[in-house]
Ligand binder design. Sequence first.
Ligand SMILES: Nc1nc2c(c(=O)[nH]1)N[C@H]1C(S)=C(S)[C@@H](COP(=O)(O)OP(=O)(O)OC[C@H]3O[C@@H](n4cnc5c(=O)[nH]c(N)nc54)[C@H](O)[C@@H]3O)O[C@H]1N2
Ligand SMILES: Nc1nc2c(c(=O)[nH]1)N[C@H]1C(S)=C(S)[C@@H](COP(=O)(O)OP(=O)(O)OC[C@H]3O[C@@H](n4cnc5c(=O)[nH]c(N)nc54)[C@H](O)[C@@H]3O)O[C@H]1N2
Ligand SMILES: [Mo]
Length: 763
Amino acid sequence: MDKQKIEFYPGPAGGWGALRSVKNTLLHHDIALKGAKTLLSANQPGGFDCPGCAWPDRNHASSFEFCENGAKAVAAEATARRAGPEFFARHSVTEMLAQSDFWLEDQGRLTHPLRYDAASDRYLPLEWDQAFALIAQQLQALPDPNQAIFYTSGRASNEAAFLYQLFVREYGTNNFPDCSNMCHEASGNGMRAQIGVGKGTVTLDDFEQADAIFIFGQNPGTNHPRMLGELRAAHKRGARIVSFNPLHERGLERFQDPQSKLEMATLGATPISTHYFQVRAGGDLAAVKGMMKHVLEQEAARGGVLDHAFIAEHTTGFEALAADLQAEDWALLAQESGLSEAQMRAAGEVYIGAGSSIVCWGMGITQHMHSVATVQMLVNLLLLRGNLGRPGAGACPVRGHSNVQGDRSMGIWEKPPAALLDRLEQVFGFAPPRAPGADTVEAIRLMLSGQGRVFFALGGNFAAAAPDSDATWRALRQCDLTVHVATKLNRSHLVHGREALILPCLGRTEIDSQAGGPQSVSVEDSMSMVHLSGGINPPASELLLSEPAIVARLAAATLPASRTRWLWLIEDYARIRDLIAQVFDDFHDFNARVATRGGFRLRNTASERVWNTASGKAGFMAHAVPRDTPVHRATARLPGQQVFSLMTMRSHDQYNTTVYGMDDRYRGVFGQRRVVFIHADDIRALGCKDGDWVDLLSAWDDGQERRIERFRLVAYDIPRGNIGAYYPETNPLVPLAATAIGAGTPTSKAVPVTLRAHTGIVG
Ligand SMILES: Nc1nc2c(c(=O)[nH]1)N[C@H]1C(S)=C(S)[C@@H](COP(=O)(O)OP(=O)(O)OC[C@H]3O[C@@H](n4cnc5c(=O)[nH]c(N)nc54)[C@H](O)[C@@H]3O)O[C@H]1N2
Ligand SMILES: Nc1nc2c(c(=O)[nH]1)N[C@H]1C(S)=C(S)[C@@H](COP(=O)(O)OP(=O)(O)OC[C@H]3O[C@@H](n4cnc5c(=O)[nH]c(N)nc54)[C@H](O)[C@@H]3O)O[C@H]1N2
Ligand SMILES: [Mo]
C-alpha cells in the first residue's frame, strides 16, 4: 500500500504519471503481456467497447487512444486473479463484510454460481440449472409481480438489456430501478420536456467546430479522460473553454497528451480552460441566470445578441423567461452562485462572443434537489442564441457507464412510454403491466415496507451505490431472495436476503461463444452512436455465462408458457437485434447498420430542429433561484452551527464503487481515501488544524442519526461552506428522502452535514 501523504500535484493531467499508473495496474493484475494486447483492442474495429466510460471514439475506428482510466477498467476485468469456491470456503460472509471494498474486488473474477448457506455463513457452489429453478420458483410464488425488483447497472449490453426488460414485463412488473436514477435522470427528464429528446444533441464533429465549450460540474481528467483530447484540440484551434466547478480540477486546467510525442518528450502541456469559475456547489442555476441576464441586457444595449429568428420560429416561453431574468437581483445571484456579478457577466460575454457553443455537464449538475431546473437553465442558455441543431452547437450531458444510454433506449425504465408497451404487446403477444414501477429510491422504500420481496441485479453494486446505506442495507436484508449477476465480488453480495445467489458472468473483454459461434453485442455511447463490441480474451472461467444467456435461461425457467423462444434467441444475438428492430423504429435494419465500420448514429430529432414536445416547439423554462435546499433548511434549523454542503465524488483511482487504489493523484491525495476537502478558514473557524480527524453527521430533520467517523481534514482551494469527500464511503450520509424534484435522484452533491472532532483512537 502507498504511503499516506497529502502533496500538491504540480504536473498536468495525463502525461507520464498516467503511463506509470497503468504499468503498475497491469503488474498488480499479473497481466503485463496479455494486458497490453487487451488494451490495444479497446475501441477498435472488431474489438470490444471500452467498459470505462460513455465518451465516444472517433468513428469507433481510430488508432489506439490511450486512456489511463480506460486501461484500469480493462485491467480490472482482465485480471489473472480468481475468487473461486476455495476462496468462499475460506471466508465467511461475516468475515468478508469487515473487509474494504478494495479488498473484496481485489480477490479477482468470480468463477462459479454461488448460493448462500446460512448454516455455515458461506457461499457454496451450485449448478446453473439449480440457480435458475430457485429464482423461478421464488418469482412464481410471489402473490404480486410488483413484489420483485429488477435493478440494472449501465454496463449491460443492448441485447442483454432488451431481453431483460422483455422478460420482466412479461413476468408482470415495471420495477426497473437503475443506475441512471442516481446519475443523469435529471438530464433526460429536463431535456425531454423542453426539447423533446432526453439525450445529448452533439457529436464529436461539433467539438471540432465549437467556438466555446462550457463545462459544468464534471471532472473529465478522471472520469472521461478521452474528452481531454477533444478539449485540447479545441483549445489549440482557439476555442474558448469555460469551466464551472467548486474545485480547480487539474484535468480542466492542463493536459499532457500521452498521444503527443512532442508533449511527452518535452514535458509540455496544453492549457485546457480559458476561463475558470469557482461556483459554489448547487450554485449553477443562479450562475447561469446571471449569464443570461447579461445576455439580455446586452441585447437591449447593442442588439444582435439573441437569435430572434430561431426564437420566433422554434421556441415558446421567451417572454416569461425574459421577464423573470429582468426581475432577478444581482445580489441574490451572487450570493447563491458564489460568483461576483462581474464574473457572471464575463461568462455571459464569452457566450455572446462565440458563434457556436456547446454546453457539457456531469454529476455536479444532476445530483442536486434542483437538478432538473438547472439542466433546463443550461438548455435555456443554448436556446437564446439558437445553439441547438446547427454545427458546433448543442447540449452534451456526459453519461457515465459505457452503455447506460443504450439500456434506456432498450426500455430499462420504470416509467415506460405507452408506445413501447403497445409495441411489446403487438410483437410478443402478452399484455405488459401499465402501472409505473419503482425507481432506485422507491425500490428501497418498497423493500423496507416489506412489499419488495425479491431483488435481482443485472450488474452494479446497489448496496454501496445507493443512498442512505443503513436504510438500503436494512432493505436488502429484509428480502426473501437477493440475486446478483456480477463479474467480481462486491459489498452487495454480502448484504443479502434470506436466500442469496451470485451469478458470475462474462465481461466485455471476453469471447462469448454460443451455438451460433462467437457473438458480439451492441452498445450506445453518450453521443447516440451504436456499435458492436466483441471480446478477445478467453473467459475467466469455463462456467461463466453471458448476460443475455443468464436472462434468457431465467426467463425460460420462470415463464414456461411464454411464446418467446428464449433459448433459440441466444444461439445468435442477431436474432435479438432483429426483435429490437421490430420494437424500436430508430433501430430499423439494425443488423445491417450496426455491421458497418463504426456503427451508426441514432436519430436525434432536436439536432434536426424537430421538437417532439407538447407544443411542437422548444420551450424556454423559467425557474426561481433555489433557496429551500436541504442545506438552506438545515442552516436555518441549526443556528450557531456551521452546516456544510458536502459533495460526494470520485477519486482518480476508482470506478464508481470499484476502488482500484488509494491515490487521487491530481488532487494530491496519496495512500488514503478518508479525507475531507475544506477551506482553510473553515478549518480555523471550527477550531481545528489541517490534518485533524473529524466525524461527519448529516443535518437532516427526520430524527435519525447518520454519521461516518474518522476523516482527515485537508485544507483545500474550495468555496467556504462547501466540503468534498469520496463516494461510496460517504453514502451513509445521503438521506433517502433527499431527492431531486422531478427526477428522484439522490442529492449526492449537496448533503447538509456538520463536523465534529473525532474523539476515538486514530490509527
Ligand atoms: N475513471 C472513472 N471514470 C468514470 C467513473 C468513475 O468512477 N471512474 N464513473 C462513471 C460514471 S457512472 C459517471 S456518472 C461519470 C461521472 O463523472 P463526473 O460527472 O465527473 O462525476 P464526479 O466525480 O461525481 O464529479 C463531479 C464534478 O462536479 C464537481 N461538482 C460537485 N458539485 C458541483 C456543483 O454543484 N456545481 C458544479 N459546477 N460542479 C460541482 C466536482 O468538483 C467534480 O469535479 O463518470 C464515469 N466515468
Ligand atoms: N454518494 C454518491 N453515490 C452515488 C454517486 C455519487 O456521485 N455519489 N454516483 C451515482 C452514479 S452516477 C452511479 S452510475 C451509480 C453506480 O452504481 P452501480 O452501477 O450499481 O455501481 P458500480 O460501482 O458501477 O458497479 C460495480 C460492480 O459491477 C459489476 N460489474 C462490472 N462489470 C460487469 C459486467 O460486465 N457485468 C455485470 N453483470 N457486472 C459487472 C462488478 O461486480 C462491480 O462490483 O452510483 C451512484 N451513487
Ligand atoms: Mo453514473
